[in-house]
Write a protein that binds this ligand. Structure first.
Ligand code: DTR
Ligand code: ZN
Ligand code: ZN
Length: 320
């Protein structure tokens, strides 16, 4: 990444790269007397964690009504898709359900476009909506699904008019090998693939013994998330576990810039990590990972709150 731009300070150039201010605002040249005042990009809103928890409660109810899980190929998965689709349709999104086959069962991706913005420059946020068959999948990955859902609903509520085009996606069959997201990427025409300027992935955002991991893939996206946490005085670590392990992988393989957040799965929190993040050293970030106990009580509300706000910060910052 180019770090300096002639005629601008390095800091201003970095802000420009992150797309958070217009070029008018960062020019070193004296403004013409009749120049319009510098305009700042719309500030990202605070996402209501109560609303995010409401979406998690809805997903738990879906699991409870369907044998305790929302796995690929089950009625619980399809009911999860239907529930989200209705919320997004009611808010004014253009939704589509993409079908595919995996393991002999029909799978579904839900894609929601926010009308407007430059369709040649698409900012996408995604999360897998399927659980494993052993449990309701509330941290993995109701949390990412609910955080991007509430971000999308906030876009609608605020009547946000981004410069770029916004697209949100919920993937099926991640747990059996990222089948839904791979199908989506494979079915895009090459020209449409190159219109995606960023894919942001959110898989596990509220691990009960939370860590704050930022994917170290595209530098501009990584910096956007790190700036958010620096402002909140929350330390982050690069995600070293995630490469190839979630739905950003097919996008990355297709040459799309990717980034994302992760609060930890089956590995153990170290003493140093417990020192900076709180929680319990020597215990897994999520001891209910892929288990029946991954229900609504298996969340860290603070991590869910911070990470949901970080989703919105990146969606706004990268699309304005
Ligand atoms: N893909 C996951 C869990 C997972 C494990 N490590 C990472 C790192 C980054 C994102 C996700 C993960 C699952 O759905 O089980
Ligand atoms: Zn999983
Ligand atoms: Zn997951």
């Amino acid at each position: 990444m180019k770090l300096s731009v002639p005629g601008r300070t390095a800091a201003a150039a970095a802000i420009a790269v992150a797309g958070l201010l217009t070029t008018t605002a960062i020019s070193n040249a004296a403004p013409a007397p009749d120049a319009a005042p510098a305009t700042k990009a719309a500030a990202a809103p605070d996402i209501s964690v109560e609303n995010v928890k409401g979406h998690l409660a809805d997903l738990q109810s879906v699991a409870d009504a369907n044998g305790g899980n929302r796995a690929h190929g089950t009625a619980g998965y399809k009911a999860s898709i239907d529930s989200l689709k209705k919320k997004l349709d009611d808010a004014g999104f253009t939704t589509s359900v993409q079908e595919f086959t995996a393991g002999g069962e029909t799978g579904y991706n839900l894609v929601a476009d926010w009308p407007g913005g430059d369709e040649g420059k698409v900012v996408m946020a995604g999360a897998h909506l399927d659980s494993v068959s052993d449990g309701p999948g509330i941290n993995d990955n109701g949390s990412g699904s609910a955080a991007i859902l509430e971000t999308a609903l906030t876009v609608a509520r605020e009547k946000y008019k981004p410069t770029k085009h916004l697209r949100f996606a919920w993937w099926g069959a991640e747990e059996i090998g990222m089948v839904g997201s791979s199908h989506y990427v494979d079915s895009l025409a090459g020209a449409d693939r190159s219109k995606i300027s960023a894919y942001l992935n959110f898989d596990m955002l509220s691990s009960p013994n939370a860590g704050y991991f930022v994917y170290d893939d595209d530098p501009t996206i990584e910096k956007t998330f790190k700036d958010y946490y620096a402002d909140k005085k929350v330390d982050t670590e690069p995600d070293t576990e995630g490469d190839g392990r979630s739905d950003h992988a097919p996008f990355q393989q297709a040459g799309v810039p990717v980034g994302g957040l992760f609060s930890g799965a089956e590995t153990t929190k170290s003493a140093e990590q417990a020192e900076k993040w709180g929680g319990k050293a020597g215990e897994a970030f999520d001891k209910c990972y892929h288990s029946a106990c991954d229900g609504v009580s298996n969340i860290d509300g603070t991590a869910l709150d911070r990470n949901s706000d970080a989703v919105a910060y990146a969606v706004w910052g990268l699309s304005s």
